[in-house]
Write a protein that binds this ligand. Structure first.
Ligand code: PLP
Length: 391
């Protein structure tokens, strides 16, 4: 069918950069100041306004953003804490989430996911708390928020810092409040602006902080620990790195921020169409695991199905290959972290987190991005349904 009537290749995601942003980037390039400067300040101010006036600092990735939050909280042997400090997180996330825990010299502790939401199971997280637990890093996978009421109660009860890995949750809400704002997020919230995320600054991220003291520390950790005073004063009090965002990236981020609501509305409508099309007898018979149909809180960062498994089923790699042959890209987000070699060498093994393993083995990200059309969604569902039927 696709050879008789070839259709353009459909990626699983694609950034949408408007002409105004491109012109703005050209202006920055001509301005004589291209690294961190006025555009970064403007981007931070716009983000701070979005999050209800909380302090926000921008960085060159979402990864270092979380690492800096851990450092500010003094967690881990490399951040003034202890090598036995424990940080609880999900095994089903981008590996950055737990790598930053190792990076600061603390210990990741995984708690299995809830197979329905695919987010950390907070009852299991609570069961994993020990006297050494210092923080929890909840991850809003695909933009579906972790239950903030239960999360806040848990953190309060056990005196834990919270570093929300909201990399995928830009524009998601909890009870009508934006994730990152005080009403939804009462400690650190970290976002990523990687090109695959709902808004991008090419590479980049931001951290929503609690007060000006933390913001000042974030600035120090962002650039070699340097503090400047007057015209020529310079000191270094803490070991910082090189995590500053460029003005070019910040200008892209500013241009994107204007479209956040429109982008997320488009994603939500496409997600609705996926649900309608997966709710036909032919599609239902394929036994796909669908995401939670959340049109209240989620920013629909991804639309992910869980493939059926069994001796008569195609493997995920086979399904992806056939989709690719039909001109449709799919993705895997994510293989469970504890089964990567680095983590197995630290002692984790198959069977430790059965829900994350089952979902991680069979989860498949379908195309979803603002410039997609309902006809693209129809093409994806039709193609996938046919592939699964022919196994
Ligand atoms: C993208 C992402 C990150 C890392 O962000 P970068 O900007 O790529 O460093 C961390 N956690 C999750 C869940 C992500 O999706």
């Amino acid at each position: 069918m696709s050879s008789a009537n070839p259709q353009p290749f459909l990626p699983f995601t694609r950034p949408a950069i408007d002409d105004e942003t491109i012109a703005g980037v050209a202006e920055v390039l001509r301005s004589g100041w291209i690294t961190s400067g006025p555009q970064v300040k403007a981007f931070e101010a716009a983000l701070s306004q979005l999050f209800g006036g909380r302090p926000v600092r921008a960085f060159n990735s979402g990864t270092c953003t979380m690492e800096i939050a851990l450092r500010i909280a003094g967690i881990g042997a490399n951040a003034g804490g202890s090598a036995t400090d424990e940080v609880i997180t999900s095994p089903l996330t981008w590996v950055a989430t737990s790598n930053v825990i190792l990076e600061t010299g603390a210990r990741p502790v995984f708690a299995d996911i809830d197979p329905v939401t695919r987010n950390i199971d907070l009852a299991k997280a609570e069961a994993a708390i020990t006297p050494r637990t210092k923080a929890i890093i909840p991850v809003d996978l695909a933009g579906l928020p972790v239950d903030r009421d239960r999360l806040h109660a848990l953190a309060k009860k056990h005196n834990l810092r919270v570093i929300e890995d909201a990399a995928q949750a830009m524009g998601s809400t909890w009870r009508g409040h934006l994730i990152g704002s005080k009403a939804a997020s009462n400690d650190f919230a970290s976002f990523s602006f990687h090109p695959n995320k709902n808004i991008t600054s090419i590479e980049g991220g931001c951290l929503v902080l609690n007060d000006e003291r933390e913001a000042r520390l974030a600035e120090q950790y962002r650039l070699q620990g340097v503090i400047r005073t007057g015209f020529d004063g310079m000191d270094v009090e803490v070991l910082g790195g090189k995590f500053n965002l460029t003005d070019i990236a910040a200008r892209v981020g500013l241009g994107q921020l204007k479209h956040l609501d429109a982008f997320n509305t488009a994603r939500r409508e496409l997600a609705r169409r996926y649900f309608e099309l997966f709710d036909t007898p032919a599609a239902r018979a394929r036994n796909l695991g669908l995401p939670v149909a959340d049109f209240e809180n989620s920013n629909w960062h991804m639309f992910q199905v869980v493939l059926p498994e069994g001796p008569r089923c195609l493997s995920r790699a086979q399904v992806m290959g056939k989709m690719h042959a039909a001109g449709i890209a799919t993705g895997v987000h994510y293989p469970p972290i504890h089964l990567f070699s680095l983590y197995r060498d630290l002692g984790w093994k198959p069977g430790d987190f059965p829900n994350a393993e089952r979902v991680g083995r069979a989860i498949l990200t379908l195309p979803l991005f603002p410039a997609m059309t309902p006809a693209d969604v129809e093409r994806v569902v039709k193609t996938l349904t046919e592939i699964l039927q022919k196994n």
